[in-house]
Design a protein. Sequence first.
Length: 205
Amino acid sequence: MVEEQIETRGITNGRVLAAMRDVPRHMFVPESQQHHAYEDHPLPIGYGQTISQPYIVAAMVDALELKEDHRVLEIGTGSGYQTAVLARLAGMVYSVEVIPALSLAARRVLQQLDFRNVRLKVGDGHEGWPEFAPFDRVVVSAAAQTMPFGLVEQLGQGGRIVVPVGSESGQVLMVGVKRGARLIQRPLMQCVFVPFVRPEHAEAR
């Protein structure tokens, strides 16, 4: 997976590649999907959500430019796969998931794999996790209609955010760096993510 899907597309950061090799992706997908776990596409994980394509996970994590002492806010725990990759590279990961059943399932797998630098929370991702702000990095695994400046406010100076922005008709993965009162933004690539889900919509899933 790493050699054929990730390295060949230009991801060269050795720490990112090692983390992608270390985390067993098959443990984060439903049993019925495990034979597809290392294929080059997203997979359904229930409740209308997906686990992202391996390359997209690698590209987002690579764009964060993580250091070992970084504190990371992740919005959209999902299956917990990207959470695990982040935890291999950062000091602490704070991950928010709006769908309780997904958060519970991710917690079980992360505990099974003995990740101790992860905190999980069920809640509205739009609100982030202000109790632990400021964060060195913020990564969002659901598409926002516009740049989520409420989350940018929880980013420390010089911090970096990676987030898909757009609608179902078109999304762009954006990278932002906080400089004073400004956020310097640049597009990374076209992408397709599930939209942000509010708690009132999650309850119906």
